[in-house]
Design a protein around this ligand. Sequence first.
Ligand code: NAD
Ligand code: UDP
Length: 329
Amino acid sequence: MAILVTGGAGYIGSHTVKELLAQGERVVVIDSLVTGHKEAVSDGVVFVQGDLRDAALLDDLFAMHEIEAVIHFAASSLVGVSVQQPLEYYDNNLIGAHVLVSAMVRHGVNKIVFSSTAATYGEPKRVPIEESDPTEPTSPYGETKLAMERMFRWCEQAYGLKSISLRYFNAAGAYPDHSIGEDHKPETHLIPLILQVPLGQRQHITIFGDDYPTEDGTCVRDYIHVMDLANAHWLALKRLRETGESGVYNLGNGTGFSVKQVIDVAREVTGHPIPAVAAPRRAGDPAVLIASSAKAQRELDWQPKYADLKTIIQTAWDWHVRKPQGFES
Ligand code: NAD
Ligand code: UDP
């Protein structure tokens, strides 16, 4: 039996594929390469290039490979773009999940591990955020992710689908041997953007808002290493196999770092002064997002191994130095 990984050529998906292979799993990847990279897909994996919304392609795929469970990453995931283009986000994310789950039901596949997000909470009422806290997304992106979580739960009642939704906080870092890492074009995430300065690709990093109600006025986030996320997917799969219990779990380190603190750590790692320029706030950014991951630690037996921000940034830096233009280099 194999695990189907949708979006397995993307950033978090490709790292999770490596973790699955290391755990001895057989893996089939489906990815349209709309934002992913064929070069990110490990050897030894069956790779199908195609769109998740292609029901006939999924039927062929499920008929051809014995799929035990699905890990579902494939989605559009930029908060700002989703506000400008909500219909495209509903199309790719919700219709994608609908076509996928319909095919799973047709082919008798009843386990799914799902990439959800801290964006399902919106502006938090308190930090650290717990899974039972209110979910009031402030973007179409967050709305589609929450709707998918809920769709999976209704499908459990109707068809016996078991799901684990993993609400990631800020994914960062790269595979420790630097063979793969983050390569989004255009890049929007803070850490790779900061590292473009010492790489000579950018004059300075722009700080989006230094007037937030935080200690130094800049936004605070919970950065989590991509391999710790990858490992959580494997543990979630294991839990579905062993207990058949659906659930929702936050994944973060439980420690917040401000934008200024992240820049300081990047200066330390790279030895570069990294000039920073303050600019207005970016629309839709909550001041502070920090996860309580106590539930994942308790029920999934998950323990982040790369919790230190310096280590997270060091692995990202090693990857970008090796591949300054990303997979095209
Ligand atoms: P990514 O863009 O690198 O990966 C997504 C992959 O899905 C890409 O390879 C893309 O080509 C593929 N894809 C998209 N739509 C598709 C479709 N219709 N059919 C087939 N393939 C399709 O993104 P990522 O940063 O690796 O994020 C992966 C998942 O994790 C996403 O669902 C995202 O919403 C979620 N997430 C990411 C973060 C983060 O910090 N990066 C945080 C929270 C949640
Ligand atoms: N950020 C910033 N400058 C940038 C990119 C991001 O100040 O060029 C800030 C952003 O406002 C947020 C934090 O860095 O507070 C993390 O942003 P990112 O886009 O990496 O992740 P998000 O929290 O939006 O998922």
